[in-house]
Design a protein around this ligand. Sequence first.
Ligand SMILES: [Zn+2]
Length: 70
Amino acid sequence: MLGLTRWSTSTTANGQVIAREFNDILIQRHLPEEHFRTVAIHELTHAWFFYNNYRDLPLGVEEGMCVMME
Ligand SMILES: [Zn+2]
C-alpha cells in the first residue's frame, strides 16, 4: 500500500451517523515524483468523494473512479 486516506464517523447507539471528519492522507515516503503524483491524485480523489458526500457509493466503484483519475 503506497497511500491511504483516513476519515472517521461518530454514530449513535442505533448506528445513525451524527458526525463525519476527514483525518488525513498518508503517502509512502521517497517515491519518485511521478509515482508520488499518481498516488496523491488517487488519495485526493477519495477525499473529493468524502467532501462531496458520496456516502452510499460502493467501495469498488469509488476505488475504480480513483484509479481512473490517476
Ligand atoms: Zn483507493
